[in-house]
Design a protein around this ligand. Structure first.
Ligand SMILES: Nc1nc2c(c(=O)[nH]1)N[C@H]1C(S)=C(S)[C@@H](COP(=O)(O)OP(=O)(O)OC[C@H]3O[C@@H](n4cnc5c(=O)[nH]c(N)nc54)[C@H](O)[C@@H]3O)O[C@H]1N2
Ligand SMILES: Nc1nc2c(c(=O)[nH]1)N[C@H]1C(S)=C(S)[C@@H](COP(=O)(O)OP(=O)(O)OC[C@H]3O[C@@H](n4cnc5c(=O)[nH]c(N)nc54)[C@H](O)[C@@H]3O)O[C@H]1N2
Ligand code: SF4
Ligand SMILES: [Mo]
Length: 667
């Protein structure tokens, strides 16, 4: 058969949301390339997804429902039919509901393939009708969302294409070289046109040629640095009082909180030179247009939401909005005003809420009712949830009935009682809102589903029917949901027509214009359309720097575990990240007499990880780095970064992965 080429879209949890061209020969995916249908993709994609066929045809692919025959975690299963699997799950759910109540059932999900069909449609209707516990999806983005919602009501951010217009850029707690690669060409163009670029990050992900300033802030100390910059501008009369008066509220609260933060005070907290903070403040104040790219690296600690709010306030305090290339970008997901309720009707769902970061504790500690059934989909908690040892111990519980709905045999799947096989994005119909680039895209299957794999929305509808429920929610198919999703899309400046989307595969915004200009074509979605510089949702702790975790001499090093170019979270890490490593600065290594490539034990009160040491001056002193997403087999003792990550929460419930403090010894 000749090779056929199909249009597709990458649905990974990545801001870029590339438009793809997939070559299929004899029904098999042979090549995946980028196109410029989404202009930001510009014909190139990351090597991970270029080789995604490896995952589609992996020997670890789940191709039929299965039932556990070995011990939990051992990974021995036998094949069963879909009908048997659905019946088994329904029997268990009924029995648990009768004995313990619906809240003894916990759905557990996160990013998965991230489209509008595969989450919060029939799954939500199913768990709502069961009266299951609700999940607070808080492993990512909760602090950033709270800040962005509070300050600007999630105003649309500066488009990547407009970065070329900026003359001063701060990349704050983001690593575009790994996690947002399509921003990088625009940064290069801006630099070539004379822009100054600064990064605020304990790690230096750029070469000296690519940037003008690196501020190697200690993890969790961004709030102090941001307040010191604000204090500095106030003191040097650099604030834009006109903009503040016209377009902001509660600036006085922020300015008062910034008062104690002299450059020296913040520098001591952030363990950097005060001169660096001053250079950053001056560079940003002088730049016109000035732009800030905020990443999620800054949020993953106890001060995350407050720090992001303080950084978000900067363009308002200095009046940097109102022109191309001026303002900020965080997540652009808020630009779509998607009417989720129009997809599938759900019953009212008012049960207890469980924060997903606490999974291990929730499974192990006493609760009323206890969790008796765990239903995992779109998520790999053994790899990505903090306090891995508690998660593993919880999953071992013999009285816990665990269902894992997955594409491949993950570290979590091996603990399942029942496994359900999921399609990959190349086998699926999905509509995907990009949260970095500005486009809505439709992807049709390019190959038929492998084995008996099915898409989420169909499986939860099947489960509802297997429960004997006649609700309309459980009668829907994928084909019913596609036109509904197009109709439910608001905020794009125009109606989205399903036939057009189906035909063209992509729809763009009209702000008016393809790219928004903050405070000119787009405005805050706050009640008064002003930037709220001390929003209610943060005000109780507004801009209060919490120290608290440093100072235990047994664990002097801060451990961060950011994204790498090897995987998307744990997806594809199974083959791209075969060996876990710890990165350490030469000075910290010398102090411990450790050498490059040596086996080390990384320890704290939560656990211990054994891996190889990598020595690099790119990471600052006092901080070590272990990549996120590694599978257990990549480590020398079956534990990964999350065995060291605390299951503490920040004030708004977000994960504090980077509050881990550790010590490292030779193994
Ligand atoms: N290749 C790839 N791309 C991805 C992902 C992936 O796993 N792999 N994941 C996707 C997802 S789900 C997300 S949320 C995003 C995340 O992508 P990013 O927003 O880039 O977030 P992180 O990778 O967590 O961290 C970014 C940077 O923050 C730094 N950092 C850590 N702690 C601090 C701190 O306290 N302050 C400051 N200023 N910097 C700090 C880290 O050293 C790192 O360089 O990427 C998405 N894209
Ligand atoms: N230590 C540390 N841990 C972290 C982070 C960190 O910075 N440090 N970052 C956190 C962040 S930013 C995030 S977003 C989370 C991400 O955590 P997760 O969202 O759990 O990300 P993945 O590990 O990629 O797991 C998603 C799983 O869903 C499956 N899947 C994909 N598509 C489908 C589908 O259509 N149906 C079904 N049923 N399954 C599907 C994939 O095979 C994959 O195993 O991790 C968090 N964990
Ligand atoms: S993971 Fe990101 S960069 Fe890679 S193909 Fe998908 S959207 Fe593009
Ligand atoms: Mo994330």
């Amino acid at each position: 058969m000749p090779t056929q080429v199909f249009a597709s879209v990458c649905t990974m949890d990545c801001p870029d949301t590339c438009s793809l061209e997939v070559e299929v020969t004899d029904g098999r995916v042979v090549n995946i390339k980028g196109t410029s249908r989404n202009p930001v993709t510009d014909d190139f994609i990351c090597s991970k997804v270029a080789q995604y066929a490896k995952r589609v045809y992996s020997k670890d692919r789940l191709l039929s429902p299965m039932r556990r025959v070995g011990k939990k975690g051992e990974g021995r299963f036998e094949r069963i039919s879909w009908e048997q699997a659905l019946n088994l799950i329904c029997e268990q759910a009924q029995a648990i509901r009768t004995q313990w109540g619906g809240e003894a059932i916990l759905p557990y999900s996160y990013g998965g393939s991230n489209g509008v069909l595969g989450q919060d449609t029939t799954d939500k209707a199913f768990f709502a009708k069961l009266g299951a516990s609700r999940l607070e999806r808080a492993v990512c983005a909760v602090p950033a969302s709270a800040a962005a919602m509070g300050v600007y009501g999630k105003m649309a951010g500066v488009a990547f294409e407009d970065y070329v217009h900026a003359r001063g850029l701060i990349i704050w707690g983001a690593n575009p070289k790994a996690s947002n690669i399509h921003l990088v060409p625009y940064l290069k163009q801006a630099k070539a046109a004379g822009a100054k670029i600064a990064i605020v990050d304990p790690m230096c992900n750029f070469s000296q040629r690519e940037i003008d300033l690196h501020v190697p802030v200690f993890p969790g100390a961004d709030l102090a640095v941001a307040l010191a910059m604000i204090h500095y501008w106030h003191e040097h009369d650099l604030l834009d009082w006109n903009f503040i008066a016209q377009h902001t509220s509660h600036a006085e609260v922020l300015l008062e909180k910034a008062q104690p933060y002299t450059l020296q005070h913040a520098a001591a907290i952030a363990r950097i030179d005060a001169g660096l903070i001053e250079r950053l403040a001056v560079m940003y104040a002088e730049a016109d247009p000035a732009l800030i790219r905020l990443g999620w690296g800054m949020e993953r600690n106890r001060n995350g939401a407050q720090a992001i709010a303080a950084v978000l306030a900067m363009p308002a305090l200095l009046g940097k909005f109102g022109k191309r290339g001026g303002g900020y970008t965080l997540s652009n997901s808020g630009a779509y005003r998607f009417n989720e309720a129009a997809m599938v009707a759900s019953e009212a769902w008012n049960t207890r809420v469980i924060n997903m970061n606490l999974l291990g504790k929730v499974l192990l500690e006493e609760h009323n009712p206890p969790i008796k059934m765990l239903f995992v989909y779109n998520c790999n908690p053994v790899a990505i949830t903090p306090n891995q040892n508690a998660v593993l111990a919880g999953l071992q519980r013999e009285d816990l009935f665990t269902i894992v709905f997955e594409q491949v045999m993950t570290d979590t799947a091996s603990y399942a009682d029942v496994l359900l096989p999921a399609v990959t994005f190349l086998e699926q119909n999905e509509i995907k809102k990009a949260y970095g680039s500005y486009a809505l895209q439709y992807s049709a299957p390019v190959i038929p589903a492998l084995g008996e794999a099915k898409p989420n929305e169909e499986v939860f509808a099947m489960l509802g029917r297997a429960m004997g429920w006649n609700d309309a929610a459980f009668a829907v198919s994928t084909n019913d949901l596609l036109p509904r999703a197009a109709q439910a899309m608001r905020g794009m400046g125009k109606e989205i027509s399903w036939p057009d989307l189906q035909q063209n595969k992509i729809a763009f915004f009209d702000f008016p214009g393809a790219a928004p200009i903050q405070f000119q074509t787009v405005f805050p979605h706050t009640a008064d359309r002003k930037a709220n510089l001390a929003p209610d949702n943060l005000r109780e702790h507004a801009y209060e720097y919490l120290d608290g975790i440093d100072g235990n001499p047994a664990y002097p090093l801060a451990l961060i575990s950011p994204a790498t170019d090897k995987s998307i979270n744990s997806t594809m890490a199974e083959y791209n990240l075969p060996e876990l490593y710890l990165m350490m600065h030469p000075v910290d290594a010398a102090a411990r007499h450790l050498r490059e490539g040596e086996k080390v034990a990384v320890r704290n009160q939560y656990g211990e990880v054994h891996c190889r040491l990598q020595i690099s001056a790119e990471i600052r002193t006092g901080v070590v780095l272990m990549p996120k997403g590694a599978w257990r087999k990549a480590s020398l003792n079956g534990r990964t970064a999350n065995a060291l990550a605390p299951d503490t929460l920040c004030a708004v419930g977000g994960a504090c992965f980077n509050d881990a403090r550790v010590e490292v010894k030779r193994l």
